[in-house]
Design a protein around this ligand. Structure first.
Ligand SMILES: [Zn+2]
Length: 224
């Protein structure tokens, strides 16, 4: 390592994305969080009832340091956390499925201006870099919705009806697509987005998310 890198690393220490503690530059996270991640890791295929999606791949359960990292990425202006989380997401993608593109869940332009970024698009960008699956922003959000986390399951479904549309340049016909979002709770967002892609002619739609909330709901998650 040259002296410039060394000074840079002293001035700007790397932080564990899951607790904020300073860590070595070559580490992904601190030792305590590495252990925590083992406990909240999902088994592949653990989310049932994904229709109309062919499958949802969550990396972690939404708890402990994972929830902390996602909240910081989303609400406290730490977009760089997306880069760390994306590495884990790229690793769990099944090798026997060929994905034509990663499609981030869109946000309204106004909300992107407010936050400064769309966290789903950032995650998709870094997952793409780590997996070589191209990213294609095939969806747009066409109307305002209420924040999903303030609503119950039924309201969440109705809140999103007709909220997404295909972008003008989207070519979905016959494609196997991988939606990308930060968290899955009831799955309404992913279902609604998948519906639009499938109605547009996509062959199959899967989704990758960093975390699944509501892990105690036995209809949603098994095999933890
Ligand atoms: Zn940590």
């Amino acid at each position: 390592m040259n002296w410039r890198d060394r000074i840079w690393q002293i001035l700007f220490p790397k932080q564990c994305p899951f607790c904020g503690k300073n860590i070595r530059w070559e580490s992904r996270c601190c030792d305590a969080c590495a252990e925590m991640l083992q406990k909240v890791k999902f088994q592949s295929g653990s989310i049932k009832e994904t229709y109309p999606l062919a499958g949802i791949f969550p990396v972690f359960a939404y708890q402990d340091g994972v929830a902390y990292a996602i909240r910081r990425m989303k609400f406290h202006n730490h977009p760089a956390i997306a880069r760390h989380l994306a590495v884990y997401a790229a690793e769990i993608l099944p090798e026997d499925i060929y994905f034509d593109a990663i499609v981030p869940i869109p946000m309204r332009q106004r909300n992107i201006w407010k936050r400064g970024y769309n966290q789903a698009a950032l995650l998709a960008k870094f997952i793409s870099q780590n997996s070589s699956i191209p990213i294609k922003e095939m969806l747009v959000k066409v109307r305002k919705t209420r924040p999903q986390h303030t609503l119950n399951a039924r309201e969440r479904r109705r809140n999103l009806e007709g909220a997404y549309a295909l972008s003008k340049t989207a070519e979905v016909s016959g494609q196997t697509l991988l939606l990308c979002d930060d968290v899955v709770t009831t799955g309404s967002t992913l279902r609604e987005a998948a519906k639009v892609l499938l109605n547009g002619g996509a062959k199959t739609v899967y989704a990758v998310v960093i975390a699944a909330a509501g892990v105690e709901d036995e209809n949603l998650v098994t095999d933890l």
